[in-house]
Write a protein that binds this ligand. Structure first.
Ligand code: FAD
Ligand code: FES
Length: 260
């Protein structure tokens, strides 16, 4: 897929929590390119010498009619904190869409049931995946996990797309425990599972899917610098050898990873 280097325009910055923003971007001059769920944007954080490398952020939601898309950003360090200070009308240098993205099977292969499991900011690409699966005629179901109710973000948007289940470690919302403890694993079967979030969570989800002989795809968030296969800082060991997550991923079939 063709990649673009663009100055995108900030349409809106919404604080969902003191350390989470929903950043809405648009291209004032061109129609946005096709963006697959799981693909990401490399954002230049300007005016900060500590963050001269671009920061990778997943595409969270696309509104083709308005020519806009959203990024869900968790402020964890200098770069992401600087992004929370953006204001409507600012411009942002972006290279996108990068990476491979999740597969959306053609509906003539049959309508399929997907379980999309997200933890923390890893819920971001799951929303777009659900949006695309639903548009293609499939049935996405979401399972979102967090420590407490305040970690469950964009709930209404998930619920607008598909059935949405929640787990929290303190039982403040949904079922108590981790996403792998949710009763849906016992009561339903799915054709495909996809997950993004902390690595231990993704590994546990992968084991759950494997035990049920269900295909499982994960979106890895390895540290990245260039985002285009040049610096080798994002390498992941796979059964086919070492690969760059930024170009060969970030989405992988768990069978291709060397995870136990
Ligand atoms: C493909 C991909 C998609 C991503 N999507 C999103 C997204 O949708 N929303 C979002 O908020 N973040 C996302 N991230 C993570 C985000 O890129 C990092 O949090 C960000 O680069 C940190 O930059 P910083 O300058 O704020 O923090 P730094 O000062 O660079 O780091 C602060 C802390 O965050 C840790 N950190 C840095 N990068 C990562 C990473 N990739 N994963 C885990 N910890 C990291 C550092 O080790 C350090 O402890 C994604 C990462 C990748 C690789
Ligand atoms: S981030 Fe540079 S090779 Fe992947």
């Amino acid at each position: 897929m063709k990649k673009y280097v663009k100055k995108l325009c900030v349409k809106n910055v919404e604080f969902l929590r003191e350390d989470y923003i929903l950043l809405r971007l648009s291209d004032p001059h061109d129609t946005l390119p096709e963006m697959l769920p799981g693909q990401f944007v490399q954002i230049a954080v300007e005016g900060s010498p500590a963050t001269f490398l671009r920061r990778p952020i997943s595409i969270n939601f696309v509104d083709k009619e308005k020519n806009e898309f959203d990024l869900l950003i968790h402020a964890v360090g200098d770069g992401t904190r600087a992004l929370t200070r953006l204001q409507e009308g600012n411009t942002l240098s972006c290279i996108y869409p990068l990476g491979n993205g999740f597969r959306i099977p053609p509906i003539d292969e049959g309508k399929k049931k997907f379980l999309l499991v997200g933890g923390g900011v890893g819920t971001a690409p799951m929303l777009l995946y659900g949006q695309c699966l639903k548009a293609a005629g499939h049935e996405p179901t979401f399972l979102l996990g967090g420590r407490s109710r305040r970690d469950i973000l964009e709930l209404e948007r998930f619920e607008n797309i598909g059935r949405t289940f929640v787990t929290t470690e303190d039982a403040g919302m949904g079922e108590k425990g981790f996403v792998t403890h949710h009763s849906i694993w016992q009561t339903e079967t799915f054709d495909s599972v996809a997950t993004c979030g902390p690595k231990p969570m993704m590994m546990a989800v992968g084991r759950m899917a494997r035990a049920r002989q269900t295909e499982c795809f994960v979106s890895l968030e390895n540290l990245m610098a260039c985002g285009v296969g040049a610096c080798l800082c994002c390498v992941e060991k796979t059964v086919k050898g070492n690969v760059c997550v930024c170009t060969e991923g970030p989405v992988f079939n768990i069978n291709d990873l060397t995870w136990e």
